[in-house]
Design a protein around this ligand. Structure first.
Ligand SMILES: C=C(O[C@@H]1C=C(C(=O)O)C=C[C@H]1O)C(=O)O
Length: 180
């Protein structure tokens, strides 16, 4: 199993998610990242020469293995679980875990199974009929040394998927805080 998956998958799955209003995110540099409603991939790509995605794992999981909240957000359905690392100039920036219900993988969206190392965000946000909602934020670090994560639901042609993203310390999300 990939070391990143082993490390970050349990971490993001045990995160305690809070509504964006619970955090003072407005006018902070990390807030601009966490509140991004369009494609995160596109935003990250603007901060490096080479933006790449590597699939760490992709498997079908039974709806029994979803948490109660996950089931509420995407429905009571077996899901494709896609776990990736997003890299900026070869630095691991964001670990992402996406749950795509079987029912979403229908019609035009059947191609989502075969995305491989193409960013999911490019595919979703290239479609006019896409949007994001149910945004929540977690701090997996400490108040002094935060390690931000967010979870949101993406809709494509009115079909949902759930994306959880963990922002690693090398990502530009922390650039201001580090005094760069
Ligand atoms: C959801 C987006 O795509 C990013 C790309 C992902 C992938 O390729 O699996 C997963 C999560 C995202 O951070 C986005 O760009 O907003």
């Amino acid at each position: 199993m990939s070391e990143f998956k082993q490390l970050y998958s349990p971490l993001i799955q045990s995160a305690k998610w809070y509504s964006v209003q619970s955090w003072a995110l407005e006018q902070t540099s990390h807030g601009a990242w966490l509140l991004e409603s369009e494609s995160l991939s596109r935003r990250l790509a603007q901060y490096c020469q080479h933006f790449t995605v590597t699939v760490l794992a992709q498997t079908m999981i039974s709806n029994d293995n979803l948490s109660v909240m996950e089931r509420q957000l995407v429905g009571n359905c077996d899901c494709l679980e896609r776990e990736v690392m997003l890299y900026g100039d070869q630095q691991p920036w964001v670990f992402a875990r996406t749950l795509i219900p079987m029912t979403t993988l229908s019609g035009k969206e059947q191609d989502l199974v075969n995305l491989g190392n193409s960013p999911l965000g490019y595919r979703v946000f290239n479609d006019k009929n896409s949007r994001r909602d149910a945004l929540e934020v977690a701090n997996l670090g400490t108040p002094q040394h935060p390690r931000w994560a967010r979870r949101s639901r993406l809709w494509i042609n009115e079909k949902p998927m759930l994306v959880a993203e963990l922002f690693l310390t090398e990502s530009p999300v922390y650039a201001k805080e580090k005094g760069c």
